[in-house]
Ligand binder design. Structure first.
Ligand code: PLP
Length: 398
């Protein structure tokens, strides 16, 4: 028999899989071109051309035994140095290769951080709405999980509630900006306010509280929006980044951690994180991809494409009476359910072959997430369906 913990994961995992299966069934009945699947955050843009060129160049030029062999668990030293220097150039920081650990995507990085920091009973706290895996990873490491209720309508972290909820067992605070599922970018004022509360609470409790900044959408921002670099506001910050979205490489599983010298016990954390990569069985991040991203540090996918989708959906839906949060980053639109029950709203949308994820999945009932990393045609097909859905809701609720 499988473990009790895994039994629960299997039971919960099947809900998401059911949605995926439903999409496939719908495609068979109505034709794939009539199904508007906004459920998954799987980038639909190809990686920049530079990625393919870099891979070919690396395969042509690098010594294959070095390239494909085992290495330090933290990753290639030259790659880590180049990433550190690139962050320093962009954000005026002073990291070196010693602060960087290459990871198997952001998901791998988060697991390494959780393995490194958490004892059973420690608390992980985050802000609603949040990326559901934070809960799963916390359970997996036998940590308590606490969610600060959303601040509506800004969806910036709710700082007064955060301050009230922090306690002596809080070890990790998870931050995700640009945010999945809202697309909101947390302001400098929010980050500075959060840091100020954390410094005060650390002092009060005599503990170290680590702010884990999960940033796979950092490069996906629109216009001249700036995403503050969190290590500059709070010393005990660990950054988790990945190339899954910025270079459209989610299947290649490549990312990195930044563990600053300024973080309490940074030497021990680096040593432990190194071992955690081994214990979790990742051993090291994929070697070809490490070399590849180092050659593409200034590249990113065509953000204009996502921007066009963003404008088309936001303008289309708001003109029909849907209340949407204007997203400054990522590729998600957060829409208020026009009826109280978001599960019911998502169910009604399915009748029009529109697939959404209910806000309840993100710890924030009453809303739904639309992933707009889709073909523009999907949005064109979806808008009249959304209109019909709104009319049905209006008729029912009048
Ligand atoms: N964190 C957030 C907020 C995400 O949305 C995702 C993926 O969608 C991840 C982490 C995991 O990213 P990766 O593919 O780099 O593991």
């Amino acid at each position: 028999m499988i473990s009790k913990q895994m039994k629960e994961f299997v039971a919960n995992g099947s809900a998401i899989r059911a949605m995926f299966e439903e999409g496939k069934e719908m495609a068979a009945i109505y034709g794939a071109e009539n199904v508007c699947d906004f459920s998954l955050g799987n980038p639909n843009l190809p990686p920049p051309d530079m990625v393919k060129e870099a891979i070919i160049q690396i395969l042509d030029q690098e010594d294959p035994t070095d390239l494909h062999g085992y290495m330090s668990n933290s990753g290639f030293l030259d790659v880590r140095e180049q990433i550190a220097q690139s962050i320093n150039r962009k954000y005026n920081t002073s990291f070196s290769n010693e602060n960087i650990i290459m990871t198997v995507g952001a998901a791998g990085g988060l697991n390494v951080v959780f393995k490194t920091l958490l004892d059973p009973g420690d608390q992980v706290m985050t802000f609603a709405p949040y990326f559901g895996e934070y809960r799963n990873y916390s359970i997996s490491f036998n940590a308590d999980f606490a969610v600060v209720p959303a601040s509506i309508p800004s969806f910036q972290p709710n700082l007064p509630e955060f301050e009230r909820m922090l306690g002596p067992t809080t070890k990790i605070v998870m931050l995700n900006t640009p945010n999945n599922p809202t697309g909101v970018v947390y302001t400098e004022e929010t980050i500075a306010g959060l840091a100020e509360i954390l410094y005060r609470k650390q002092e009060e409790f005599g503990t170290n509280i680590y702010l884990v900044s999960d940033e796979p959408y950092r490069e996906l921002v629109y216009g001249d929006i700036e995403v503050p670099y969190v290590t500059k506001y709070y010393d005990n910050t660990i950054v988790v980044d990945s190339y899954s979205k910025s270079l459209s490489l989610p299947g290649e599983r490549i990312g990195y951690l930044v563990i600053p010298d300024a973080a309490a016990d940074s030497g021990m954390i680096l040593a432990a994180a190194n071992i955690a990569t081994r214990l979790l069985g990742y051993v090291n991040a994929p070697s070809l991809m490490q070399k590849t991203v180092a050659k593409c540090l200034d590249a990113k996918v065509d953000i204009e494409y996502y921007d066009r989708n963003r404008q088309a959906l936001y303008n289309g839906l708001t003109s029909m009476g849907y209340e949407c949060t204007y997203p400054d980053g990522a590729f998600y639109l957060w829409v208020k359910s026009p009826i109280e029950d978001d599960g019911e709203f998502v169910k009604m949308a399915k009748k029009y072959q529109i697939l959404l994820v209910p806000g309840t999945f993100f710890g924030c009932p009453g809303y739904a997430r639309i992933a707009y990393c889709v073909l523009p045609r999907t949005i064109e097909v979806a808008l009249p369906k959304f209109q019909a859905l709104m009319e049905e809701i209006k008729e029912k609720t009048l």
